[in-house]
Design a binder for this molecule. Structure first.
Ligand code: GDP
Ligand code: MN
Length: 398
């Protein structure tokens, strides 16, 4: 789960990382009012969206008076911000963060990630801040320093000092840098984050080290341990298909194609997507309905897949091990009776009680297209959407 910049900054500041004074606003008027409250002469208005690259896309504006703040806000609120990290639709701007502008003398990149090869938290830093890490690694790979944290002891002072020296931090500011690094690490570890990125971490002209931008991502599977983090979820920033699925306890990832997939098991769901591609089609989604595919779950899955208007055929692929094909078939039949499905439905069943499952599908009277292998199912799904009307396989359940 991602959170907003202002939320990440609030968290990091509680772990000892310095941030600029700032306040959140939900309207242009409120933003101007917030700026007056903050005082000073220069502010930065920052669109709060779950994506980086806002600066280049017009989502970060330095302002020096009321009028400029309102103007900047009017160009943000209600619009979608499209950055190189968003889809072409972009992400809606419903909140802006108003911050006192800093006078920057240096920008540093700082990232904390899980490194799968060492199975450790890895700190990645570069003196070339302000650029995306992908660009730094292409243009200035030698500027990148890395350090791996031993989980049993956590980030050690000497390690943090080594990083500070490698980044060329002046001696007098090293303790402040150590505090910043350790604060980010502790926030990462204590809150089960999978990523903490501060880009840029700046050194101001008056020698303060400040997190000017902050991004945090959390491990969804650990959110139950952190209700205060779960509360920060902002559905306006998520793919609506995916948030609907999460609300229903289904594992769903929306894709660009037009063949909806309903599958039990993540591995089988991946294999199904691959096979659809092999057959010349494009999957509309990844969907794992889990092991116990009860009729209710199957019906939920149909509703979810059909809520994507690009879907022109649905492929149900079930392998019953602990589950039973007859139960799944009953689930499909009752789902099709309950949910209005007006695209072809292709079902491939395998495993326990497959004959009984096939019988239930055949006797249901519903125009379900049955397939005996995954390849056949995929080919029929691909054929179904391109020849849909020609073949007259338009399915409409009562
Ligand atoms: P991003 O583009 O989404 O990563 O948004 P950032 O928060 O990183 O802002 C983009 C850029 O705006 C930063 O790299 C800075 O150069 C600039 N910026 C942001 N806040 C300030 C500020 O307070 N003072 C100045 N001078 N520049 C700022
Ligand atoms: Mn940034």
């Amino acid at each position: 789960m991602d959170i907003h910049e202002y939320q990440a900054k609030d968290i990091l500041s509680k772990f000892g990382v310095d941030i600029a004074p700032g306040a959140l606003a939900y309207s242009p008027e409120q933003a101007a009012y917030r700026a007056r409250e903050l005082g000073g002469e220069k502010w930065v208005v920052k669109a709060q969206v779950h994506a980086g690259g806002r600066g280049k896309a017009g989502g970060v504006k330095v302002c020096s008076n009321d009028r400029e703040i309102q103007e900047a806000c009017e160009n943000m609120f209600g619009r979608n911000l499209v950055t190189h990290q968003t889809s072409p639709q972009g992400k809606g701007i419903y909140r802006v963060y108003v911050e006192s502008a800093m006078s920057i003398s240096r920008e540093i990149y700082l990232g904390f990630v899980l490194d799968r090869s060492t199975q450790r938290v890895m700190i990645v830093a570069s003196g070339e801040g302000g650029m995306e890490i992908e660009d730094i690694s292409l243009q200035k790979p030698d500027s990148i320093v890395r350090s791996t944290v031993e989980p049993a002891v956590g980030l050690q002072d000497f390690q943090a000092r080594e990083l500070a020296f490698a980044l060329g931090i002046e001696d007098g500011m090293v303790p402040q840098m150590v505090r910043t690094l350790k604060g980010c690490y502790r926030a990462f570890r204590d809150l089960d984050a999978t990523m903490v990125e501060v880009n840029p971490l700046v050194i101001t002209v008056d020698n303060r080290i400040i997190a000017l931008d902050a991004k945090m991502t959390f491990d969804d599977n650990a959110l139950f341990r952190h209700p205060q983090i779960s509360e920060l979820r902002d559905k306006s920033q998520e793919d609506p298909r995916e948030s609907r699925a999460a609300d229903r306890g289904l594992s769903y990832v929306g894709l660009e194609g037009n063949i909806g997939c309903i599958v039990n098991g993540a591995g089988l769901a991946m294999a199904t997507m691959d096979t659809i591609k092999l057959a010349g089609g494009e999957p509309a989604n990844f969907l794992d309905i889990g092991g116990g595919a009860t009729p209710e779950r199957v019906a939920k899955a149909f509703r979810l897949v059909l809520s994507d208007e690009n879907v022109q055929a649905i492929l149900v692929n079930i392998f019953a091990g602990i589950n039973r094909c007859d139960w799944v078939a009953e689930g499909v039949v009752s789902a099709l009776k309950e949910v209005q499905v007006d695209v072809p439905v292709i079902v491939r069943l395998a495993g326990t009680n497959v004959e009984e499952g096939q019988r239930i599908l055949a006797q249901s009277g519903l125009p379900i297209i049955r397939a005996s292998t995954l390849m056949e199912a995929a080919e029929r799904a691909v054929g179904a959407w391109s020849n849909d009307l020609k073949l007259g396989v338009n399915v409409r359940a009562v």
